[in-house]
Design a protein around this ligand. Sequence first.
Ligand code: SF4
Length: 470
Amino acid sequence: MRGVNREQMCWRAVDVERLIGDDHAARAIWEFVGRLDLSGYYERIEASVEEGGRPAIDPRLLISLWVYAYSVGVGSAREVARRCEWDPAFQWLTGCEAVNYHTLADFRVLRRAELDETFTQVLGLLSAGGLITLDQVMQDGTKMRALASGKSFRRQRALQQHLDEVRRYVREMGEAEPEGDSARVRAARQRVERERCERLEKAVAELEHLAASNKDARVSVSDPEARRMKQPDGGFAPSYNVQFSTDAVHGAIVEVDVVQDGNDRHQLTPALERIEQRLGRKPQQMVADGDYTTRANIEAMQTAGVDFIGSLRKEETAEESPFSAQQFRYDEQQNCYLCPQGKRLRPDGSQTKSGVRYRRYRIRTGECQGCPHRTACCGDHRSRNLMRPEPSAALEAFRQKMSTDEAKAQYRKRSRVAEFCHAWIKSKFGLRQLPVRGLLKAKSVMLWAALTFNIQLALRLLKPQAQPAR
Ligand code: SF4
């Protein structure tokens, strides 16, 4: 029998080139990234032969590491650094060199402008290869959980108490020198508390901003920029709203954004502007679900000259209550409404809400008194009024278009195309929760995910001759 000796030290010869097979995804990513124009990243490196300084890690390596990490479902800088020590694909990429996780984490969030440029370059390649046409673009949003617990939300008073305590603790830490701790441990502790204090100060500032519109506002002490948003399971959790614009031909992500507004209705026009800015032209057709299908968006799309396919929600079409505005008959000659009891509601000024102009009609004071339907009709108000939106030709044309089979068929394609990238990023990249805190960092992380998604698409579908030339 040959025994096992685990106490010995081994010195192995490693053929780095043979750590992974010839057709391994890491090789393809490395080659692809190497053919992109990365001059923006190189210009930021300050160390040089003339000036001296510590040699920087090649941005090509850091980009390849992150793209490969996302593609295998690794989204943490520490985990990437760990994998560089044992995972053959990561070792092949780094040439068996260690990469510090701080370097990886900083590179991911601090090179936003360069990353944006790389994303545009990849879109250019996809477009040149015929994988993006902008004939039809689907817009959809998903709620991405923030790196914060639902219990971390505080109101103004609790937040201020918390901040005062942490400030006092940081001060005491600076004065006292705990025995037994090394200088490194002490410095790490102080950094943690300092960051906590900064987060709390940010939370107080964020709360002051929110309190202007909501007196009962609360913010998370872990991620002050996250917002409580409704989740698909019906619950609420601190999240960000991630918006993807997807080209319908092959599902390439042409634009990505992260916003704090849980509602999608204000995201369609900004998405259109960003697509035009990035790709130099507008999509011919935009398709979005009922959350985006508002009168304001329909009119904005018509003004922009973009064909919009959507789904009007029930409140935009008809209401079923016997005392809803639709049940009041409009008398065009008299310019007044007749309520179900035959009383007149006369014009009483106008009002603009969410960019739409409404005319107000009001019944004379006292006329509703004694009406048997007053509670159902007026609710808590003493008399009834109703708002009539100014007629919209765009809305009428949209209604007619959406009643055709052609428009309905286009709309049915929406979920298959628009929701695929969300599902892929959540399940394959493991991005169900953001690994970073703050809106800007969240934007960077989602841009990396979109870049990885598009590079995978390019590697799968682009012919070698259409891939970037050296
Ligand atoms: S409550 Fe007033 S507006 Fe409503 S049905 Fe009665 S009379 Fe008409």
